[in-house]
Design a protein around this ligand. Sequence first.
Ligand code: M6R
Length: 614
Amino acid sequence: MCGIVGYVGNQECADLLVDGLRRLEYRGYDSAGLATLVRSDGEKRPIEVLRAVGKLGNLVAALRERPLKGTTGIGHTRWATHGRPTEVNAHPHVAGPIALVHNGIIENHLALKRELSAEGVKFSSDTDTEMVAHLIHREAKAGHELFVAVKRALAQVHGAYAVAVIDQRQPDRIVVAKNASPLVIGFGDGEMFAASDIPAVLPYTNRVLLLEDGEVGLLTADGIQVESLDGKKVEREPRTITWSAAQAEKGGFKHFMLKEIHEQPRAIEDTLRGRVDLANGDIIASEIGLDEATVAKVQRVYFIACGTSSHATLYGRQLVESLAGIPSQCELASEFVGRDPVIGPTDLVVAVSQSGETLDTLAALKVAKEKGAQLLAIANVIHSAIPRAAGAAFYTHAGPEIGVASTKCFTTQLAACLLLAVYLGRRNGKLSKEKAQELLQHTVELPHHMRATLALDDLVRDLARPLASSHSALFLGRGVSFPIAVEGALKLKEISYIHAEGYAAGEMKHGPIALIDANMPVIAVMPDDRSYEKIASNVQEARARDGVVIAIATRGNSEIGAIANKVIYVPKVDPLLSPFITSIPLQLLSYYVADFKGTDVDQPRNLAKTVTVE
Ligand code: M6R
């Protein structure tokens, strides 16, 4: 996830672009850049480009040293996906008279690179984005003006993009286009704006047009002309935004956490993008971060992680065992380093961390490295310490997560574990092509079902209100729902400060059942799967002791309504994939309980987003 901005009008635009980027910095902050063009001072001038590594402040300092002139310009704040956060990888990318900023992932960038290399193109970055700049340049060299060149180039691109492009040959315009990544057009008076999100344009105008997938726009100071990629005219009126600038920064949501919960279908799409080979029922090998020789040695998979990430690994272990038939263990990183684990070269140690910087996980990874284990990191932040130490990385591409309580990073970690398990199962032959095809087909359909689950927001909100006065809560699950129960309990305690326990439902009778009375809410995660009958019995046991049960069950379940006090019915999916769905009502429940209590949802007390102490 990155942020892009564009301006065309009569004002000097460098500071204006920086102001827009500041409002988009939540989308990425490892490097930033600008490109500007002088529109009409009589002489033709080259595009001016300035880029800087690190937070936006570094670009601002560079701009003070070397101001950029021009009334047409584009800008970018980066959250790296392909290529390290360095100045050469920062946007804008330039090819001949073309400069371009991009948010998204170009899936066929390797094929495009091969094609362009064969034509003698030299690359100056490690990014997928640079291919698009060169494609547009190739069309420009063939004599096409900018609008046509962009349409022709994008027709050759697969993947997610929002782009803004300027062309030295036509300094009075910006061409923008969108597919899967957001792009907003702002209508000023004699000036036009483009941005990844509404807050970036809101100080200048509240009249906006949201570009749709497959649309391309030609922006000049006087307005916009929109077409589909294949050249059909699109007529749509701008709408007026009534939110305040502060509200808009969170996309209209009250908190970042709620926004991130709602971003999950998109985040899962980004994790899966370009990695699933449905035709062969496989995972694209170059995407997984492991070579075949390493995989052939693996006799056991060891997951290490902390907190929410460790809950994702509990799911990962089950998948590795059931899909790849490889023995698998999970361990809290802080415990792993505190003993003398028996591991060696036939073990694959997978360190899972959204930040990629958690010191406990890093320390555990170093222990595994010393013992000669094979290493892989599953991380969200590119080139962070853990992927660097592992030497092999699978990035989740969830985009920056601002809320301290992890939500979209968790579900994208589940997806990464799933793809890893399918990959291992296909390599060792435990998972047939047909079974993998079926599972992967269901996996790519998940974002659709997650969107339907998010529509339960209001219902969950109503159920949350009475929970806000509870002192404790018990979360139960079995099988793949056990990690979700434990994660549900962690979410509630982190942000609402209500004590909560996540338990394997079968363990309830071995102790926690003593806690159950009319003051103990019990949240049972019980989708239709092979554990359903057993957890239904556990729910009966809780009800017999006056426990107040909220069940998360599959739509169409006709008996649970008579057993539980309240039911949240979720869409039916493949039983192995239910965690992607059942996580959502639990996240919403915690969120609304905390919001009713009035706690600081995005920055709960005593917690930090990145924990760099042991
Ligand atoms: O960055 P990591 O995934 O390594 O972080 C691990 C934990 O600190 C983290 O998951 C923590 O539990 C979060 N606050 C969960 O919401």
